[in-house]
Write a protein that binds this ligand. Structure first.
Ligand code: PGA
Length: 224
């Protein structure tokens, strides 16, 4: 089955990059693009994801964006609990759960990010950390996706071994048999084929490489 590719621009990109995406990937059925919110309103023909959402439905939360606003602009997905949100914006597991619930109520699919830090990885605590994150982040109803992103693999050029990814994804599949499971962390045109071939990996969450249209095209080719 064709794998999903979720492109996360983070706070990068431009109208120019959006135009390149439109030219290259308009109407692509398996590419989801997590745009900075200011670009989500541009008609693009792309499957859109937000990078964050506020858990409250509306109110005095200056600078934030609500679920109903995303829905108005046809946004179908939202990243929730990305490690950068946890690290720089102090999002907790309970915030992540609240945001995921808000998404599901609005018919937006939350892509819930989990992953261990380097310190936890080196202490052999990966399974334990992921289990705790699942216990504390997962909403009460189904319909969410999970992205396994080891924090130490994000933007570093380092990835776990295929055995390590395989082990985590098997654990996730056993707990969440009907959930789309993505791997993220330094996915690029060179390693995408290997990562897509790992059992129980339904797709990839791609950060840095998503800023290069040629690299995205290569990743999409391997996703077929
Ligand atoms: P990366 O980022 O591909 O640059 O490692 C992945 C992510 O943060 O989602």
């Amino acid at each position: 089955m064709q794998k999903w590719v979720v492109a996360n621009w983070k706070m990068n990109g431009s109208k120019n990059l959006l135009n390149e995406y439109k030219k290259s990937f308009k109407n692509h059925k398996k590419l989801i693009v997590c745009l900075p919110s200011i670009y989500l309103g541009e008609p693009s023909g792309l499957i859109l994801s937000a990078q964050n959402i506020h858990q409250q439905l509306k109110g005095a939360y200056t600078g934030e964006i609500s679920a109903s606003m995303l829905v108005e602009f046809g946004v179908k997905y939202c990243l929730v609990g990305h490690s950068e949100r946890r690290q720089h914006f102090h999002e907790t597991n309970s915030d992540v759960r609240a945001k995921a619930e808000t998404c599901l109520e609005a018919n937006i699919t939350p892509i819930i990010c989990i992953g261990e830090t380097l310190e936890q990885y080196e202490a052999n605590q990966t399974t334990e950390v992921l289990e705790r994150q699942l216990a504390e982040c997962l909403p009460s109803r189904s319909g969410f996706w999970i992205a396994y992103e080891p924090v130490w693999a994000i933007g570093t050029g380092k990835t776990p071994t295929t055995d390590e990814i395989s082990e985590v994804h098997l654990m996730l599949r056993e707990k969440l048999p009907n959930t789309i499971l993505l791997y993220g962390g330094s996915v690029n045109g060179d390693n995408a084929a290997t990562i897509f071939a790992i059992p129980n990996v339904d797709g990839a969450l791609v950060g840095g490489a998503s800023l290069d249209v040629a690299a995205v095209a290569v990743i999409l080719k391997h996703a077929r």
